[in-house]
Design a protein. Sequence first.
Length: 227
Amino acid sequence: MTDEPKRALVIGAHPDDNEFGAGGTIAKLADQGWDITFIIATNGNKGSHDPAMSSFRLSEIREQEQRAAADVLGVRRVIFLRNNDGELEPSPALRAEFALYIRHFKPHAIYTHDPWKHYMLHPDHRAVGFAVIEAVVSARDHLFMPGLGQIGIGVWRPEALYLWGAEQPDYVEDVSNYVDRKIAALREHHTQLDEVQGWEERVRQRMAEAGKEHGFAAAETFKKLPV
């Protein structure tokens, strides 16, 4: 037997996506002793309606907000890829970058965007979702990226991939005891939410509705893909 903790990799397009998509689940896993890593693909430097805000200042602030939110949830590390907001594509390069992180951190579970969601407005969400899904294949099969094997970075097959925002979810996580932690983490994203009326009530309502048919006070739902 081993006391090594289980590991989760949570990959979002922007600061705050991980909290919205799986904040309650992340807090629950952290309390269970999981080692959790966040990867944030963009710097979020377009996410402001303030005409006085520059993209450079915004990206710095949003990283600070993301670190604070991760601390609330119990996340051990946050990696910022710092691509420009709105410019991601599910390219071979992005896929390879994600695959390298998967092989390095060896997560048992991966959480990310569902890229197949109908009418997904933001291109970065689609790009990250597709790139992560494709990266899982590159990370698990040895004939992809053979050079990594030659320098000792071997393959890794996660136990499962969980997609948030799915229209046909088939996995429900009971997060009844973690609603307040999710809300507290989201509150750290001041640039995104301080001026938004009613967001907290909407988040609580969605979580309550997700849990109701399963007998939970609150839940987060995912599409679970075998790997």
